[in-house]
Design a protein around this ligand. Structure first.
Ligand code: OXD
Ligand code: MN
Length: 636
């Protein structure tokens, strides 16, 4: 790789002050140099070229270009033409493979570096001014030192390569909550994914130029050499900035998603009086046309996408479930005193293995076209395959690492955290109000973890404070969405442990403060689809049958639905749940699913206490008091 220009500014002058669609790609050097990651590209005239005159953005792009020394700068406009061009280039450079046009039209496969397949929580840093602000659940680093370190790592990092500038907007463009971001990246895969996951191009520039507060997020991403030792995902909440290096995995590099919409988002939300949450949002419409919206927080890879697209059992004639979002909710108090939610994203980045016509027909329909797959297996006829897909396994495939695979192979064909990125427009049950700027009114909030024991199928918190307690003490068994051991119970409050951009104790305070301001607050519930029997088998069938629990939730919101009061909250009695046609769940199993076992709860209370102790003085006293009362209720 040529490294001749490390020490000085780019030797070709470039006019960033007034880029036009004619100079979409601003050449910084004479000729292309080859780089084994992704050599620079020179697109034909007319491809790309968002016009921007915002001096702050232009200065920042120039500063990053000086440091990273790219061959040229490509201003993305998000157009279909640009997308087709980049898809061509990505295939040519071996970054993507076109899939069978008949079987999965418009779809592509990407294989990531095998060392880079999940979020890396240990290398995800929150660089607030003080360690105290980040709190004990985050990895903190000093912002000044981290900038210095990253700037050093970024020196010349894009030499010989193209630097893409992606303007994007999170949230419906006319939403008061919408946020503008710019991501600089040297990865075509990131550009193609961001076009699916965000609203990209001129729409963002327009919003920024018309905005009164001038707020925008600066995101810099460079693959570097995709080495785990040089992988860092750094957030600077006080600067509204993100720098991510050394990874190409979605959760680490699509800076709009976990980094902006959750970590920076939660920080801004506390300052500005709203909520940024790791929640799906779904609509439930009864045959009589009564509609409710529900937001639900589950940790990564616990079925948020499945729940958001649920198909009810057959006897729910006339009931409709629609999706607003499958991963992130931004919520604020509306003029009528209810809590309103928007989905900041424009697409779904879901876990593939286990997705089938049985588990999630709507997801299957969504991903049968225009899908960017990462780390699934490829069949001999260039179709995709993964563990848990309908039908028999192929006799032969190429696995996620690019190696030969047969059903006899010991390795998985698809990586357990392999993903699809797909536009939300592909979802056959997309809610018609998904673009509504004011959002949709939330009737219920559901928290839920993956727990083999202790947690009943469902309970309702008695009030907002006890609901916050239920969310704050949530725990779940770890999954493949992050590197590290899978299947260990860890506290994951409100499914935000890896995504809260500030002190978790302060985050709970924010929740406690916002509740009383909502005149008509959503009811709060806790669910557990994953309880197991003595034989280690799941007691609840899950998937479409979760509608039965959702129906009880809606009944409670409408002032119906029977329940009994337990120490943890209201619990349905077996007869309060709809069991019509429920196969393989005999009465004793249902009773077991709804049971509260004091012995298990003794351990649970201990675990909750231990977690609370880690939060120190920032833990709100209301939660300490709730813990005490819960213990007392069990004691009596
Ligand atoms: C995700 C995650 O990708 O939570 O949504 O890891
Ligand atoms: Mn998620």
């Amino acid at each position: 790789m040529q490294r001749s220009c490390l020490s000085g500014p780019p030797h070709r002058s470039f006019n960033l002050d007034n880029p036009t669609s004619e100079n979409t790609v601003i050449s910084l050097r004479g000729s292309n140099t080859m780089d084994n990651l992704a050599p620079a590209i020179t697109p034909p005239r007319g491809v790309g070229g968002t016009k921007i005159s915002h001096q702050g953005v232009l200065d920042w792009v120039q500063e990053v270009a000086r440091r990273t020394q790219p061959e040229n700068i490509f201003w993305c406009d998000g157009s279909a033409r640009e997308n087709s061009y980049l898809l061509e280039v990505a295939q040519h450079q071996g970054i993507l493979q076109k899939l069978n046009e008949k079987k999965v039209p418009g779809s592509y496969l990407h294989r990531s570096n095998p060392n880079d397949v999940a979020r890396v929580e240990q290398f995800t840093l929150i660089c607030t001014r003080t360690k105290e602000e980040a709190g004990p659940t985050n990895n903190w680093a000093d912002p000044a030192e981290t900038y210095l370190k990253l700037n050093e790592m970024l020196k010349g990092a894009m030499e010989g390569r193209t630097m893409f500038v992606i303007p994007y907007i999170m949230g419906p463009p006319d939403s008061p909550l919408a946020k503008v971001g710019f991501e600089i990246t040297d990865s075509i895969y990131v550009v193609l994914s961001m076009r699916i996951m965000t609203r990209m191009g001129e729409v963002a520039v327009k919003r920024l130029e018309g905005s009164s507060n001038g707020e925008w997020n600066r995101g810099v991403h460079s693959l570097l050499d995709v080495h785990p030792d040089r992988r860092l995902i750094c957030h600077f909440p006080q600067d509204n900035a993100i720098i991510s290096v050394g990874s190409g995995y979605g959760g680490n590099v699509l800076l709009s998603k976990k980094c902006l919409a959750l970590r920076i988002g939660s920080y801004l939300a506390r300052q500005q009086g709203w909520l940024a949450e790791h929640m799906l949002i779904l609509g439930v419409e009864s045959p009589e046309g009564r509609k409710h919206y529900v937001a639900a927080a589950f940790p990564s890879a616990c079925g948020k996408t499945n729940f958001a697209m649920l198909i009810p059992p057959e006897h729910y004639k006339g009931w409709k479930i629609t999706t607003i979002g499958d991963d992130i909710a931004w919520m604020q108090i509306g003029a009528d005193g209810r809590l309103y939610a928007v989905n900041p994203e424009n697409g779904y980045f879901g876990v593939v293995p286990g997705t089938s016509y049985k588990s999630n027909p709507n997801a299957m329909k969504s991903i049968e076209r225009d899908t960017l797959y990462t780390n699934v297996a490829q069949t001999d006829d260039h179709d995709v395959w993964w563990e848990g897909k309908d039908g028999p396994a192929p006799a032969h495939a190429i696995d996620w690492r690019g190696k030969e695979w047969t059903p006899e192979s010991k390795e998985k064909a698809a990586h357990p955290n392999s993903r699809f990125a797909v536009p939300m427009r592909n979802n056959p049950v997309l809610d018609p109000d998904v673009e509504k700027g004011e959002g949709v009114p939330i009737s219920a909030i559901i928290f839920g973890g993956r727990r083999s024991d202790t947690m009943p199928l469902v309970f309702q918190a008695i009030d907002w404070e006890r609901g916050v307690y239920a969310g704050a003490t949530m725990a779940s068994e770890t999954t493949a969405a992050a590197t590290g051991a899978v299947g260990q119970v860890r506290r994951d409050p409100m499914a935000m442990l890896p995504f809260c951009g500030y002190h978790m104790g302060q985050y709970f305070k924010h929740w406690l403060k916002i509740g009383p301001r909502i005149q008509n607050p959503p009811l709060i519930f806790h669910v557990n689809w994953f309880r197991k029997g003595a034989d280690g088998k799941f007691l609840w069938p899950g998937f479409g049958d979760n509608m039965r629990v959702l129906k009880w939730v809606i009944d409670r919101c409408e002032g119906r639905g029977g329940a009994t009061e337990s120490p943890v909250g209201f619990i349905p009695r077996p007869a309060d749940l709809d069991t019509q046609g429920l196969a393989n769940v005999p009465e004793e199993t249902l009773a077991e699913l709804l049971s509260i076992k004091p012995g298990e709860w003794k351990k649970e209370l201990q675990g909750q206490q231990e977690f609370f102790e880690t939060l120190g003085a920032d833990l709100p006293p209301e939660l300490t008091a709730q813990h005490k009362k819960l213990a007392e209720r069990f004691a009596s």
